[in-house]
Design a protein around this ligand. Structure first.
Ligand code: PLP
Length: 420
C-alpha cells in the first residue's frame, strides 16, 4: 500500500481514513505516516551504503517532532542539529549523543559548551575563530572536541536561491581555497580533534551534477590536506537530495545518489557522513485542512481553507508547490485559487490550479508537507499552533497537540506598571 492513497474513494494515511483524524483532532493538522518515514530511511541507507560504512544524521530542522526523531533513532539514525534546542530534542528523542553532528553558522559559546557536556559526536566548524573558541572551551573542561571544517565549494546547486548554501556569496562554510591554511592553524590546537571536512550545498536538488561537482572538489581538498600531513578520517557530505513535489519533478533516486557517491569517493578512505532531511520526510506527511468558504473571484473562485501560511510557510517563503487534492474526490475538477485566512496577500497556496471540485465543509490535503512544514509554523494572526499526528496502520497518535491562542496568551504577562 502507498502511504497516502485512496481506499474506496477516500484518502487514507496508511490504513487510517484522513476524515477520521479530522473528526477526532480537528483541522488544520499535519499527518505523518510512520511507514513512509521508515521506508525512506531504509532506502537512503541502502543507497549510500554502496559507498561502504556510513554515518547517517537526520537533519532534524526538516521535522523535529520528538516521535519522528524516535522513529528515526530506532532506524539507527543520528541527528544533524543547528541549535542547542535541536540538540536537546535529538537527545530527548533518543538519539545517541555520539551520533549527533552540530552544524550551524552561528553557534553560541553556550551551545558549544552544551554540546561538549553532552558528548556529541562532531562539531562542523564554520569559521576559524569558532575552532579556536571550541578548543578553548574543550580544554577548560579537560575534553577534546571532534570537529570538521565546513567548506563552501562555490558550486551552484541549481535550486531556489533561498535554499542554496554552497555558492561563494552564501553565508555558509569557509571559502574552499582558504581551508588548507585554516586547517593548518587549527589542527594543532589542544582540545580539538580536527578530523575532516564537511559541505552542504543546498536543498531540494533536482540533479546530481552540482553534488558531484562539489564532492570532486572535496576529494581534492582531502588529498591536499593529507599532502600537508593531516589525518583525515571523516567527510560529511551534508543533505540536499530533492523530492517530488509536483508532476514533472524527477529528483535523483536514492540509489543513483548512492552510486554516484560510491564512484566519486571510492579512494577517499574515510567514514562518510550524511545529513538528509527533506528526502526522508517531505513525502511522509500531508497537511489536512477543511474548506471554509468558496468565494467568487474575478476569474476563478477562491477556496478559503482553515490552514494558512502560518501553518505551512513554504509557499509564501519560497514560492513552493504543494499538490492539493480532496479527501473524498467526486471525480469532478475546477480551476480555483486556494488560500488561507491570514491577512497577507502571500497567504495563497495555489493560483489558477485545476483541483478537485470542493465546497464548504469538504476536506482537502496539501501533499508533501512532512519537511519544513510544522517546524516553521507560527501563531501569526493569533492562530493556534498547528497539531501533528503520526499514523501507523489503522492507528494514530497526536504527537503534538494544538496549542490554543488562549494558552499562548497565558504566557504574556502585562506589567503592573501598565495597570492604569
Ligand atoms: N545539513 C545542513 C547543514 C543544512 O543546512 C540542511 C538544510 O538546509 C540539511 C543538512 C538538510 O538538507 P535537506 O533537507 O535538503 O536534505
Amino acid at each position: 500500500m502507498t502511504d497516502f492513497a485512496l481506499i474506496d474513494g477516500e484518502l487514507h494515511a496508511e490504513a487510517t481514513p484522513l476524515a477520521r483524524i479530522a473528526a477526532e483532532v480537528g483541522t488544520p493538522v499535519y499527518v505523518y505516516s510512520a511507514e513512509a518515514f521508515r521506508k525512506r530511511a531504509r532506502d537512503f541507507r541502502k543507497g549510500v551504503e554502496q559507498a561502504g560504512r556510513v554515518h547517517l544524521a537526520f537533519a532534524i530542522k526538516a521535522n523535529p517532532n520528538l516521535a519522528v526523531i524516535r522513529l528515526l533513532a530506532n532506524e539507527g539514525y543520528g541527528a544533524d542539529v543547528v541549535s542547542g534546542g535541536e540538540m536537546a530534542r535529538a537527545l530527548a528523542g533518543g538519539m545517541k549523543a555520539e551520533d549527533i553532528v552540530f552544524s550551524g553558522v552561528g553557534k553560541t559559546r553556550a551551545e558549544l559548551a552544551a554540546g561538549l557536556d553532552a558528548g556529541i559526536g562532531q562539531f562542523n566548524l564554520e569559521l576559524e575563530e569558532e575552532g579556536v573558541v571550541l578548543a578553548e572551551i574543550a580544554r577548560s573542561k579537560g575534553l577534546v572536541a571532534p570537529a570538521t571544517l565546513r567548506v563552501n565549494p562555490d558550486v551552484d546547486a541549481g535550486t531556489h536561491e533561498k535554499i542554496s548554501t554552497g555558492k561563494a556569496e552564501n553565508k555558509f562554510g569557509l571559502p574552499i581555497d582558504q581551508a588548507p591554511d585554516i586547517f593548518d592553524r587549527l589542527a594543532p590546537l589542544e582540545g580539538l580533534n580536527l578530523r575532516g571536512v564537511a559541505i552542504h550545498i543546498g536543498s531540494q536538488l533536482q540533479s546530481l551534477e552540482p553534488l558531484e561537482k562539489a564532492f570532486v572538489r572535496i576529494g581534492k581538498l582531502v588529498a591536499e590536506l593529507r599532502g600537508r600531513g593531516h589525518t583525515i578520517t571523516h567527510v560529511d557530505l551534508g543533505g540536499g537530495l530533492g523530492v517530488r513535489y509536483k508532476e514533472g519533478d524527477v529528483p535523483p533516486t536514492m540509489d543513483d545518489y548512492g552510486a554516484m557517491v560510491a564512484r566519486v569517493t571510492k579512494d577517499w578512505d574515510v567514514e562518510l557522513m550524511f545529513e538528509p532531511g527533506r528526502v526522508l520526510s517531505a513525502n511522509a506527511g500531508v497537511m489536512l485542512t477543511e474548506v471554509l468558504w468558496v468565494k467568487p473571484g474575478v476569474t476563478n473562485p477562491w477556496v478559503v481553507v482553515d490552514s494558512a501560511m502560518n501553518d505551512l510557510a513554504r509557499v509564501a517563503l519560497y514560492d513552493a508547490h504543494h499538490d492539493i487534492s480532496a479527501v473524498k474526490p467526486s471525480g469532478e475538477t475546477f480551476v480555483a485559487n486556494v488560500c488561507g485566512p491570514v491577512c497577507e496577500s502571500s497567504d495563497v497556496f495555489a493560483k489558477n490550479r485545476e483541483i478537485d471540485t470542493v465546497k464548504a465543509g469538504d476536506l482537502l490535503v496539501l501533499h508533501s508537507a512532512g519537511a519544513y512544514g510544522a517546524t516553521m509554523a507560527s501563531t501569526y494572526n493569533s492562530r493556534a499552533l498547528v497539531p501533528e499526528v503520526l499514523v501507523s496502520g489503522d492507528r494514530f497518535a497526536v504527537v503534538a497537540p494544538r496549542i490554543s491562542a488562549e494558552s499562548i496568551m497565558d504566557q504574556e504577562p502585562i506589567p503592573d506598571w501598565l495597570a492604569d
